[in-house]
Design a protein around this ligand. Structure first.
Ligand code: NAD
Length: 497
């Protein structure tokens, strides 16, 4: 069976523990990944400490050349990366290409590191005094990433961190670790020094070792909220810089004047694409007013029934299986909970099997109406191909629902009314807002991050915020008095006492 080892300098130690990697389309175990421990982390950190100073003092233009080459290599390997990703995650190959592409865009941003790392300068801040500031790397950064974007999220992190002059230790999801490994190989092929980016696999044991390691300066985490909060609390208690992004339950508000055909088209992609396993999916639709709700429901039913579920390399499939058998059971249990709570299962995806792939982890598309805000199935993240309809009385109700929800990652409003859209965008308590855009993931030169239980910490991912996260700001105030005209240096360094 294929074995996935750590990506470190030198040989990986023989693993004492391993984790199975599924092929979600067939339901078979296709590989095993080694799970590392604190001793392995110590070794990797020692390597990173050796490599990082020389990389940090490599001029930014040379570092940028590595990023440019890395970008070219990713583009050249796009198809094989997407196929590998799709086979372990279960998302269809086109979606997997999107996963790689959105990470690649952050690498493109990082290619501009000489420009974006330029500091600030004030000449004559006082008599003969100039002040300048410069951003310096932190040293060693770590990233802990979820299963659902195994290419994009690692690249968000190590792309920015390494371009800024840091060494990086990546702990990807143990469920689909092969693409992060491939990216690390390509990074070295692009010219990154060996040991600058290391990939260590593991579970809680490795994560705890990272949080407690005294030589790791900063941690970026993306995953579920309870673990995000745990990592944020323990990491900051250890005096590290931490950003920790958590779960989501994004709402799509549909105003009475919205173009419903467009909304239905957007929702089928945003709620069911990637089997709903996206933190920026739209699993809750909030039509405003009963008439809007009824008209929308009528259009949604045939569109959802027309969705094609298939194996991840089926080019005609809208979406593939979910990631593991446990996750399939969990999503189906949420549908049952929703039913028990009194909502109406309009289209039921439980018990779905795909002919010829009866052991795959498929969940059929599900539509649930009559969902209310007191229901557990509304309050919690389902992370599957399930769309819930929550009917809002009026516009105020539509602003309040996402604002009061525990998660605040993304939200979208569909309307033709500019005033309503503007009011909504300014008042809603959510970090990323789409206006007639169902999945408002900001482009790479803006920054990404949710609010409330979707994001712990103050600094967002990538863009200018990502650069701020992976660097520290040094402020220098300088004075160069003249030598008094006689060639001697009249300036005497002041001493204490
Ligand atoms: P997860 O929280 O189970 O795992 C994330 C990472 O944490 C993995 O690397 C995993 O090995 C590690 N981990 C798991 N259990 C741990 C524990 N007890 N202690 C320490 N570390 C542990 O998340 P997942 O299932 O891989 O990913 C899906 C979740 O990620 C969803 O909640 C989704 O909304 C969220 N997500 C959020 C964003 C965002 O930007 N806010 C983006 C993508 C995914």
């Amino acid at each position: 069976m294929r074995q996935v080892d750590h990506f470190i300098v030198g040989d990986s130690p023989a693993p004492t523990r391993k984790h199975s990697i599924w092929n979600p389309s067939t339901g078979e175990v296709q590989a095993e990944v080694a799970l590392g421990d604190a001793a392995l982390l110590d070794k990797a950190v020692a390597t990173a400490k050796e490599v990082q100073p020389a990389w940090a003092s490599t001029n930014p233009q040379k570092r940028a050349r590595v990023m440019f080459k890395f970008k070219e290599l990713i583009e050249a390997n796009m198809q094989s990366l997407a196929e590998l990703l799709s086979s372990e995650h279960g998302k269809v190959v086109d979606d997997a290409k999107g996963d790689v592409q959105r990470g690649l865009e952050v690498i493109e941003y990082a290619c501009g590191i000489p420009q974006i790392l330029k500091g600030e300068y004030t000449q004559g801040a006082g008599p003969g005094i100039d002040v300048y500031s410069t951003r310096q790397p932190l040293g060693i950064g770590a990233g802990i990433t979820p299963f659902n974007f195994p290419a994009m999220i690692p690249m968000w992190m190590f792309g920015m961190a390494c371009a800024a002059g840091n060494a990086f230790i990546l702990k990807p999801s143990e469920r689909d670790p092969s693409v992060p490994m491939r990216l690390a190989e390509l990074f070295v092929e692009a010219g990154a020094p060996e040991g600058l980016l290391q990939v260590l696999h593991g579970d809680k044991e490795m994560v705890d070792a990272i949080i407690d390691h005294p030589d790791i300066a900063a941690i970026s985490f993306v995953g579920s909220s309870d673990i995000a909060q745990y990592i944020y609390s323990r990491g900051t208690a250890n005096a590290k810089r931490v950003q920790a992004f958590g779960g989501a339950k994004n709402h799509g508000i549909v105003m009475p004047d919205a173009d419903l055909d467009q909304v239905v088209n957007d929702l089928t992609g945003a709620a069911f694409g990637s089997a709903g396993e996206r933190c920026m999916a739209l699993p809750v639709v909030v039509p405003v007013g009963e008439d809007t709700a009824n008209r929308l429901r009528e259009k949604l039913i045939p569109a959802i029934n027309a969705l094609r579920v298939g194996v991840s390399n089926d080019p005609d499939a809208h979406y593939g299986p979910v990631v593991t058998p446990e996750h399939k059971a969990r999503v189906e249990q949420w549908i049952t909970t929703a039913e028990e709570e009194g909502s109406e299962i309009v289209i039921d995806g439980r018990g779905f099997t795909l002919q010829g792939h009866e052991n795959g982890f498929f969940v059929g598309p599900t539509l649930i109406d009559g969902v209310t805000e007191t229901m557990k199935s509304y309050q919690e993240e389902i992370f599957g191909p399930v769309l819930q309809i929550v009917r809002a009385k009026d516009f105020e109700d539509a602003v309040r629902l996402p604002s009061e929800h525990q998660y605040g990652n993304g939200v979208a409003i569909f309307t033709r009314n500019g005033h309503a859209a503007r009011e909504f965008a300014s008042r809603v308590q959510v970090g990323m807002v789409g206006v007639n855009v169902p999945i408002p993931v900001p482009v790479s030169y803006h920054s990404f991050g949710g609010w409330k239980r979707s994001g712990f910490g103050d600094i967002d991912q990538y863009g200018t915020e990502g650069l701020a996260f992976w660097t520290k700001n040094k402020k220098i105030t300088q004075r160069w008095p003249d030598g008094g005209g006689d060639g001697s240096n009249a300036f005497i360094i002041p001493t204490m006492g």
